[in-house]
Design a protein around this ligand. Structure first.
Ligand code: CA
Ligand code: ZN
Length: 299
């Protein structure tokens, strides 16, 4: 299998001018190793969180040039497997997350991971392994790896998990795909500003799809198809996610817009991904059984 390590190259910004670290054919399966979002700088309770290098945050491994990917195409990324390290770290601090006005000092906590559980004091938290930062180079200016957008990036969406398939709008030749910022577990919202941050490795299959157009990333898993949107406010992100999904289903079904809108109001879920990054991220979630009954193939 093809492999890529963070030692081959990392980015702090998704940018179409970044030099690629690996070139692969469409359809390639590749195992990609990643640092945690602090570039593994916090390994023990003794580490002064305030003293780490804050320029080394959210490194993503890559970028990977996918042959045949051209602007206007869609890059399909199937997450075959997620492996994680044996300890995680969480942080809080002034100005960080939704409690940042109430927290006066930087704090961190090392969390051992054993037998598929994260040990938090005497609590055992079930794993929900997921990828926080994943995406392609955006059109125009670069976007730092802490910010989500139409290119993906720091979406912090707990559905980006093993077995999920993502679809990204390709903005530059080769797509320039990268990922990082794995979490052993994270709740919707990511309220403290950190998940349970872990280094890891993801095995993904990348494939170029021609003839489809996307404004924002989509994700599917066994049960659902989702539209993911990041915007200044959560309201706007959720509304755009829902409206893009409704328009896409309308374009691909025989139902009129009015009926698709009613149907989505009945069965679709507007959900929060995260509310702590520079832009907010929401997803609109549609059960696949509905799409199958309508005979709608979204991508
Ligand atoms: Ca993140
Ligand atoms: Zn993270």
């Amino acid at each position: 299998m093809e492999t890529l390590s963070y030692e081959n190259g990392i980015i702090y910004e998704f940018n179409k001018d970044n030099a690629y670290t690996k070139k692969v054919a469409s359809g390639t399966t590749i195992r990609i190793e990643t640092y945690d979002c602090f570039q593994n700088q916090i390994q023990s309770p003794e580490t002064e969180v305030g003293g780490i290098d804050w320029d080394k945050i959210n490194p993503a491994t890559g970028p990977i040039f996918v042959e045949d990917a051209m602007p206007g195409d869609v890059l399909k990324v199937k997450i075959e497997k997620i492996e994680i390290g044996d300890q995680g770290v969480m942080v809080v601090g002034p100005g960080l997350g939704i409690m940042g006005d109430h927290i006066e000092e930087m704090g961190s906590k090392i969390l051992p991971i054993r037998n598929d559980k994260v040990i938090f004091n005497d609590l055992e938290i079930p794993l929900n392994k997921m990828i926080g930062v994943i995406g392609v180079a955006p059109d125009g200016e670069g976007v730092n790896c802490g910010t989500p957008g139409a290119h993906g990036g720091n979406m912090d969406n707990k559905m980006v998990a093993e077995g999920a398939t993502l679809y990204f709008p390709v903005a530059t030749e080769g797509a320039l795909f990268s990922l990082g910022d794995f979490h052993a577990a994270m709740g919707d919202g990511e309220v403290s500003v950190s998940g349970i941050e872990v280094p890891g490795a993801a095995t993904v299959t990348v494939e170029v799809i021609k003839g489809e157009t996307l404004q924002h990333p989509m994700l599917e898993n066994e049960e659902v198809f989702t539209q993911i949107v990041s915007a200044e406010t959560l309201d706007e992100a959720a509304k755009v996610a829902a409206s893009e999904m409704i328009e896409r289903i309308t374009a691909k079904s025989t139902l009129p817009l009015s009926e698709v809108t009613m149907l989505m109001s009945a069965v679709g879920q507007a959900e929060i991904c995260q509310i702590v990054d520079p832009l907010m991220t929401a997803r609109f979630v549609v059960p696949k059984w509905v799409l199958e009954k309508l005979d709608v193939q979204l991508i």
